[in-house]
Structure formats: structure tokens, C-alpha cells
Design a protein around this ligand. Structure first.
Ligand SMILES: C=CC1=C(C)c2cc3[nH]c(cc4nc(cc5[nH]c(cc1n2)c(C)c5CCC(=O)O)C(CCC(=O)O)=C4C)c(C)c3C=C
Ligand SMILES: [Fe+2]
Ligand SMILES: [Fe+2]
Length: 340
């Protein structure tokens, strides 16, 4: 790392996920910034998390999002060989504020914070940033706001897509389209001059620029598709959709996966390969939303659905993080800040 003096350390930021079903209501109130979710939504999410293995009591293994985030941090620590790599989560343990307190106790004076969400968005990265800055008073923070077009990130996704796309084309005897996805966000969050973001309180300053998120998400997809051209993927072989529109009120950005699957069917295809390019490891929006719900929608349309494996313990992903942290890849970095 290129910090000149003081004790510097990397802080990886992630979403966080509950360890057992009974924690769902408390978890959701963290996700929404304190707004209670209706009981039907809590129950529906418990149902989805139960389908991906969450139980009434903590299991022998942590849930996938926690497990893979910790694996990624350990792999990065090993490859960087520059001291401890810390993990802080916004919505569950280990909370960002607790990890920053631990860093402070351990003498860290400079934090390089990187989100395990490569595309910059107000409702994900923006909230991580706020949590770090409010916990890190007096500590210097270099906050990486986006690394959506990192070449090694793109290669990590392409490496997972190549084998499954090749297999899908061979099995169906025709070119199977790829459907890249990223998480949807409420329409109101991507508009200029909008103050009403998840977790925002009355009086939050009005944002004066549009959220870069939709452009950055499609940029990652475009770059993975370009990278796949050597394997035979052509420009008109791929689609992009925003998945997992939320349960809170108001419209969320599209096109939805559901509508895109219908369009793919209408084009005469027999199958589709899905690859989410906004998530770096398995969690409910992959293991339930894609593997259960979209697979069901596809089957009702008589489309076979394949999914590229998640990056999880991908060494290429870890190399991408190394490039972001060492500055070899020029990420979008906020000014170095010492929160007052
Ligand atoms: C770019 C934006 C978002 C990303 C990336 C994202 C990832 C992500 N989300 C969950 C789990 C939940 N998210 C929920 C709500 C929610 N998510 C976003 C945005 C992103 N999420 C927004 C704007 C909201 C709405 C918040 C609000 O105030 O209402 C929820 C609650 C249920 C729901 O509305 O769907 C859950 C659960 C995970 C696990 C994840 C990736 C790691
Ligand atoms: Fe979310
Ligand atoms: Fe979601």
C-alpha cells in the first residue's frame, strides 16, 4: 500500500445478512434506516431465507454472504501481505461502526475503504460511506466509491461465464443469450435533485447530480460481453436487466428480469444464461431470486435457465481488489477525508 506514515489498513464494506430467521425484523429495520417493514414482508423474506438455508438457530456455517465476505477478506489479506484486512457490514454484524472502533483500538490512523459492490450507488455505496465517516472521527479515510470498470473484475466475471455459456450453447444446439443483471433501485434515487434515499432523514441535503449507478452497472455488463467476444459472444447475444425490485413503495428501475425473459422467449430462444454483475458472492438475491424465482418464471415460459457461478472465492476477484487498493487500477476515489 502507498500510505506514507501512520498505521494504514484496508476496510472491506459489505451488506450484511442475519444469522437466523428470528432476526429478520431487526435486520430489515437496519436495511430501511429504521422504518418498520409490514409483517407480511418480514414473513416473505423469512420464507426466502429459509429456502437458502437460514434456520431458527444459527447454523454450523455462517450464511453465504457472511461466509464469502470473510473468505474474500482472508484471501486479500494473504495476497496483500500488508497487515490485517478488516470487514464491516452496514446492516448486520460485524457492523461498520464496531469494526472502525476495533481499528481505532488497534492503532489504525488511515483507512482505505473498499465496497464489495463495484458500482457506485446512493442506496448502497452511499450508505456505506456515511456509516464509515460517522464512525471514523479523527481517522483519515480514503473511500473507494466505484470500481465498475476494473479489467480484473471484468475478467473474473468472464471467467465464470465462459464455461456455462459454452455448455448452454452446446446443450441447446443454438446460441443462447446472456442476461446480465444488477440490483434495481427506486426510480426516485436516480433522479437529479432527489433527497429521498433509503435511510435518509428529513433535512438530508438535496443531491445535485444523478446517481451513476445504472450507467456503471451497464458498463460492467458491456465490458464482460466485450471480453466474451473471444469466446464467441456477439453484440446481439446479450441483454441487461435490473433484478429484485424492492418491496417498498414507488416504482423501481427496469427493465425487470421478468419482462426481459418474456422478450427473450419472444425472440425465439430456448434458454438463457444469467449473470449478476453487481454482486460479488452468493446471497439471497442470487440463491433465491435467480435460482428459485427466475428459474420458475423461465420454466413457465419454457426457457431453460443457466446461471454463471458467483465470484465467491475467485482469485481473479482478489487480484482485482489488490489493483484497486494499490492504485494499479484507478478507481473512483473520494478525496482523502478526516471526518470532524
Ligand atoms: C444498488 C443498490 C442496492 C444493492 C446493490 C443492494 C444489495 C442487496 N440488498 C440486499 C437485501 C435487501 N435489500 C433490501 C432493500 C433495498 N435494497 C436497496 C438497494 C440495493 N440493495 C434499496 C434501495 C432497498 C430499499 C430500502 C428501503 O428503505 O426500503 C431489503 C428489504 C426488502 C426489499 O425491499 O427488498 C433486503 C432484504 C442484499 C442481501 C444485497 C446484496 C448483498
Ligand atoms: Fe438491497
Ligand atoms: Fe434486494
Amino acid at each position: 500500500m502507498s500510505f506514507e506514515k501512520g498505521k494504514s489498513a484496508v476496510l472491506l464494506l459489505a451488506h450484511g445478512t442475519p444469522d437466523m430467521l428470528g432476526e429478520m425484523a431487526e435486520y430489515l429495520s437496519k436495511v430501511t434506516g429504521g422504518r418498520a417493514m409490514p409483517q407480511e414482508i418480514v414473513k416473505e423474506l423469512q420464507h426466502r431465507y429459509a429456502q437458502i438455508g437460514l434456520q431458527e438457530a444459527p447454523g454450523l456455517e455462517p450464511p453465504p454472504l457472511t461466509k464469502w465476505t470473510m473468505v474474500q477478506a482472508h484471501m486479500l489479506e494473504h495476497v496483500l501481505a500488508a497487515g490485517k484486512v478488516y470487514v464491516g457490514m452496514r446492516n448486520w454484524h460485524p457492523y461498520i461502526e464496531d469494526t472502525v472502533a476495533e481499528m481505532r483500538r488497534e492503532g489504525v490512523t488511515k483507512i482505505k475503504a473498499v465496497c464489495l459492490a463495484p458500482q457506485n450507488s446512493r442506496t448502497s455505496v452511499g450508505l456505506y460511506r456515511k456509516a464509515v465517516l460517522s464512525a471514523a472521527t479523527g481517522i483519515e479515510v480514503e473511500f473507494v466509491a466505484g470500481w465498475a470498470d476494473s479489467p480484473l473484475l471484468v475478467e473474473a466475471f468472464a471467467e465464470k461465464l465462459r464455461p456455462v455459456w459454452t455448455e448452454a450453447c452446446a446443450e441447446s444446439g443454438q446460441r443462447v443469450p446472456v442476461l446480465f443483471t444488477a440490483h434495481s433501485v427506486p426510480c426516485r434515487t436516480i433522479m437529479t435533485g432527489e433527497a429521498s434515499i433509503a435511510g435518509a432523514r428529513p433535512g438530508t441535503p438535496v443531491q445535485d447530480s444523478p446517481d451513476p449507478y445504472p450507467v456503471e452497472a451497464k458498463r460492467t455488463a458491456q465490458m464482460v460481453a466485450d471480453r466474451m467476444s473471444a469466446a464467441g459472444l456477439r453484440e446481439n447475444d446479450w441483454y441487461f436487466a435490473f433484478q429484485s425490485q424492492g418491496m417498498s413503495g414507488g416504482p423501481w428501475i427496469g427493465p425487470t428480469v421478468e419482462d426481459t425473459l418474456k422478450a427473450i422467449k419472444a425472440e425465439g430462444h430456448v434458454g438463457v444464461v444469467m449473470q449478476p454483475v453487481g454482486f460479488l458472492c452468493d446471497h439471497v438475491e442470487i440463491l433465491y431470486d435467480i435460482d428459485v424465482a427466475f428459474r420458475q418464471t423461465a420454466s413457465e415460459l419454457d426457457l431453460k435457465l443457466w446461471r454463471a457461478e458467483s465470484l465467491n472465492d475467485s482469485p481473479v476477484l482478489v487480484e482485482a481488489l489488490v489493483d484497486v487498493i494499490t492504485g494499479k487500477y484507478k478507481a473512483t476515489v473520494d478525496e482523502v477525508m478526516v471526518p470532524a
